[in-house]
Design a binder for this molecule. Structure first.
Ligand code: URA
Length: 231
């Protein structure tokens, strides 16, 4: 496939926009700056825009955003609860998995795919991909919680403190928390560590990808090539 066609598929940009990126020297193919859109590329080539990997969606690879409702598990099998894969009325839904899990009672954004390499990039601790959660609390937030989270706190049975996290206070019992890692039950454990309790938890954002405001709970939609290339 021609490089400019590949750029069009990954980024949703026109041929002339692709040639601007190429002329600016921002596209590399296997480590070499590519200047021409007519260059032939294939699936084995590593194509980067600046430092971002541009992988065109393969023929049998699927990528979705799901608005997870309560009561579903992100694992593919569970004795007590239905799996999120049951929300996908697609022929090969059993091949899908969550790129980063939510607890059974947590709602919000889950990325769902059958591309293991892609989900690894979403969840890899090295990438420190940010996740934004809306949190409803049992107790009004204490004055010093923002500072404690910004410094990092040691959770029970962990040896390393949490990475600096950012807290935005919406009301005394409703906050937005941004974390850059994904330890087990991390948000609930962080609030437990400062003497509070999470009553309801909803994920709004993963990296630059925000849950569509008009996507009803239980519904999903395919990601665009541009959204897939964010990771
Ligand atoms: N942190 C939690 O405690 N639960 C989730 O579902 C996600 C993050």
């Amino acid at each position: 496939m021609r490089l400019d066609k590949h750029l069009h598929q990954c980024l949703g940009i026109s041929r002339s926009q692709a040639s601007l990126l190429l002329r600016a020297g921002r596209i590399t193919v296997n480590g070499t700056i590519a200047k021409s859109g007519s260059l032939h590329v294939n699936e084995q080539d590593v194509i980067l825009l600046d430092d971002n990997n541009l992988q065109a969606p393969g023929e049998n690879l699927y990528y979705f955003m799901l608005h997870k409702p309560q009561g579903y598990v992100c694992a593919n099998a569970d004795a007590n609860h239905p799996s999120i894969t049951q929300l996908f009325d697609l022929p090969r839904a059993d091949e899908l998995h969550a790129a980063g899990r939510l607890d059974v009672d947590t709602t919000g954004l889950v990325l769902v795919t059958n591309d293991g390499q892609w989900s690894h990039r979403v969840t890899s601790p090295r990438k420190q991909c940010e996740k934004i959660y809306r949190v409803w609390l049992a107790e009004p937030i204490s004055d010093d919680t923002s500072k404690q989270f910004a410094k990092g706190i040691l959770l029970r049975s962990e040896t390393q403190p949490t990475r600096p996290a950012q807290l935005e206070i919406v009301t005394p019992r409703e906050v937005l928390l941004t974390i850059h890692e994904g330890k087990y039950h991390q948000v609930k454990r962080m609030f437990a560590a400062v003497g509070n309790h999470v009553e309801r938890l909803h994920r709004e954002q993963i990296g630059a990808l925000v849950l569509d405001a008009n996507l009803p709970e239980g519904d999903f939609r395919a990601l665009t090539a541009k959204e897939i290339s964010l990771f």
